[in-house]
Ligand binder design. Structure first.
Ligand code: SF4
Ligand code: SF4
Length: 427
């Protein structure tokens, strides 16, 4: 039975609502209980992925009033940041905009995404400012010294991302791979969490609207509207939340062969207010197209589906250090996009908290210390050919997205996350 938004909100408040994660729904369907779908009021969804369209606005006092007129240029941990938009003339206060994809001049493989996570973890950052009279000021600043620290997504949570292959004859450095992308369509990388992604479940934005509450990196925030390059076929969202309340495990930097990128997570509750949403929540991974493009030209070369990469695969990468054969140089450690692998006292270790379960180490480790079934893109090309291309790197972390959708469900049921009707429709 389809209910109105306000009826669903009332049912949640009275603790009568049926709230399920998108995974619960999938399991219900696999158990042949499709008829029970009509009982569901709210589906919780989530995604965690490399999301380039991320920036932060930070504002904090750097020096006493009158200590400089205006900042001309500024860096945080070596990352050049945009000064402004407010000049804060003579106040000693900085307003700065930091791009998630900006790269540090002083720290290799360190960018905006790493900085955001470091700040949320409570680490201090080195701020360097060049003033308009040529003075240099330095200070160590942490999130607790920032009365305003807000993260924005200008293009997040696409309904469908893509898979990439390199159809050329030479390796390519790209943000879509940690290493040079091997040629001749010999490997594939992809992004997107498939059936648990928010916009997959509400592609016409009937339930999600301006002002919808979200969890952005675990902090409560709001949808602003669509993001850049959003279209009816491939919608995405823009939104924001305060960094002070974020969970570092859900964010961070991700190193690629074209420099560091930025990871973000979204969780959203989708009240089922239309037949279309009811139909979409039942759609399995196999029915969600995964466009496959050439990484250099970005030209579409065929279509696969999310079933290829998320069914009969392992969401996690299993780590068995006893299988390590102590290579003279550890390719897994050198290449891990999260810098999660290290050697301590001659023994290989993995930082479970950092690991993204991208799977890259699986094909790089000759000892088999990392194991996971990553699947393969079953590519049907426009010329009618068929190719099976193994996945070597995932740029989405469905394992944590599943957990996040579960956390949101719990918060809704215990009343700590309030569902409220959006203030406006997104046209
Ligand atoms: S690549 Fe694998 S086997 Fe070789 S040192 Fe690293 S963890 Fe050990
Ligand atoms: S799966 Fe392997 S390569 Fe990927 S983040 Fe984890 S340890 Fe690093």
């Amino acid at each position: 039975m389809i209910r109105s938004y306000s009826e669903i909100v009332e049912r949640v408040e009275r603790k009568e609502a049926v709230v399920m994660t998108a995974e619960d729904v999938s399991r219900l369907l696999q158990a042949g209980e499709a008829s029970r779908l009509s009982e569901v009021d709210v589906v919780t969804t989530a995604t965690r992925a490399v999301m380039s369209g991320t920036y932060a606005v930070l504002s904090f006092p750097l020096a006493g009033p009158g200590s400089f007129l205006r900042a001309r240029r500024a860096w945080i941990n070596g990352i050049e940041v945009q000064v402004g938009p407010c000049p804060n003339e003579n106040l000693g206060i900085l307003d700065l905009m930091v791009l998630g994809t900006a790269h540090s001049r002083s720290r290799p493989n360190y960018g905006g995404g790493h900085l955001f996570r470091d700040l949320v973890e409570g680490k201090k950052a080195l701020v360097e400012v060049e003033t308009d009279c040529g003075r240099c000021i330095q200070a160590e600043v942490g999130l607790e010294e920032m009365p305003f620290a807000r993260l924005f997504g200008s293009r997040h949570a696409f309904k469908n991302y893509s898979a990439f292959v390199n159809a050329g004859s030479e390796p390519v450095a790209t943000i879509f791979h940690r290493l040079a992308f091997a040629p001749q369509c010999s490997e594939a990388t992809f992004s997107g969490c498939g059936l648990i992604s928010p916009l997959k479940n509400d592609p016409l934005l009937e339930s999600i609207g301006i002002g919808s509450r979200i969890l952005l990196n675990g902090a409560e925030g709001y949808v602003i509207g669509t993001g850049t390059r959003s279209s009816r076929d491939r919608p995405n969202l823009s939104g924001f939340a305060d960094m002070q309340k974020m969970d570092p495990e859900l964010m961070g930097g991700f190193v690629t062969s074209a420099g560091p990128e930025c990871i973000c997570s979204w969780a959203m509750a989708i009240p089922i207010v239309s037949q279309k949403i009811l139909a979409e929540i039942a759609r399995p991974d196999e029915d969600i197209p995964l466009p496959v493009s050439d990484v250099s030209s970005r030209a579409a070369i065929g279509v696969a589906d999310y079933g290829d990469v998320w069914t009969e695969v392992d969401l996690d990468v299993i780590f068995e250090p006893e299988s390590c054969i102590s290579c003279s140089s550890c390719r897994a450690e050198e290449s891990c996009p999260m810098q999660a692998i290290s050697h301590q006292s001659g023994r290989v270790e993995r930082d479970e908290w950092l690991c993204f379960h991208c799977g890259l180490c699986v094909s790089l480790c000759p000892g088999g210390a990392f194991r996971s079934r990553l699947g393969a893109v079953e590519l049907n090309t426009e010329s009618g050919d068929y190719k099976r291309i193994p996945v070597t790197l995932r740029q989405s972390d469905r394992l944590r997205a599943v957990k996040l959708a579960g956390d949101l469900k719990k918060r809704i049921l215990d009343g700590s996350f309030k569902i409220a009707e959006p203030v406006g429709r997104i046209s």
